[in-house]
Design a protein around this ligand. Structure first.
Ligand SMILES: C[S@@+](CC[C@H](N)C(=O)[O-])C[C@H]1O[C@@H](n2cnc3c(N)ncnc32)[C@H](O)[C@@H]1O
Length: 231
């Protein structure tokens, strides 16, 4: 992957960034996403935020090699602290991390958001707690996408603040829009997960492993939800 050839996952994220946006890409690693968008003339400015020194330097290098120092600011910062008011950011991407990590980053960094940004989130697992945070903080999910690349399922969740919305427990678990659309990728993911969770439940029963009863009940509940989804 490089700023000329993004992974399919980052291409799908890129497609959710509004044309002409001022993007903050948090946890940017090599800054491939903002640099690719700038190379295409799809955004006008960006911040690439990184908490770790090695990827921060890699991001600086990518920005320099592509001649975008004037329009992409690379900052060493924890989460949304990379954003400064003068950046006038209107889109925030946080990709390639666990959903809980993204949620915690958003929660810790609320003060850096104006509330008018589009959030483009690509969690690796932990989608349910992330959707719950979005709902609890006045965000509405505008678009959800699921893709499979290199044998991994990736979800993309796009949200903006708007009129408060209330999602059911199942909608938070599966994704409200994905539940409606029932794409082949979505159904295939849940068929795979159903088999896996049924096997785990069976093994737990056989081994009489000392797993807290609440955990077993949660797993059984998930199996019921997925079974009902797939009928
Ligand atoms: C797996 S990489 C994902 C890179 C890129 N966003 C992508 O999707 O390909 C996660 C990056 O997030 C950075 N990161 C983790 N926690 C962070 C935080 N609190 N603030 C900023 N960056 C963070 C890591 O240093 C790492 O470079």
């Amino acid at each position: 992957m490089n700023p000329h050839t993004l992974s399919m996952r980052l291409e799908r994220v890129a497609a959710q960034v509004p044309t002409g946006a001022r993007l903050a890409d948090i946890g940017s690693d090599h800054a491939y996403l903002p640099v690719a968008l700038m190379n295409r003339g799809a955004i006008v400015a960006a911040v690439a935020g990184e908490v770790a020194v090695t990827p921060f330097r890699a991001a600086q290098r990518t920005v320099h090699d592509n001649g975008h120092e004037l329009h992409i600011h690379v900052r060493l910062a924890d989460g949304l602290a990379a954003i400064e008011p003068a950046d006038r950011i209107d889109a925030v991407s946080i990709c390639g991390m666990g959903g809980e990590t993204i949620r915690d980053m958003l929660d810790r960094g609320k003060a850096y958001l104006s509330g008018r940004e589009r959030l483009i989130l690509q969690p690796n697992g932990g989608e349910q707690p992330l959707r719950l945070w979005l709902m609890d903080n006045g965000y509405r999910i505008l678009c959800e996408e699921l893709l499979r690349e290199n044998r991994f399922d990736y979800e993309i969740i796009v949200a903006e603040r708007g009129t408060p919305v209330s999602y059911s427990a199942e909608q938070l678990y599966f994704g409200p829009l994905q539940m409606q659309a029932r794409s082949p990728a979505f159904l295939a993911k849940w068929q795979r997960l159903l088999r896996y969770k049924q096997r785990t439940l069976g093994q737990l029963a056989e081994a009489r492993q000392a797993l807290p009863e609440q955990k077993v009940q949660e797993l059984a509940q998930e199996v019921r939800w997925i079974t009902a989804l797939l009928v």
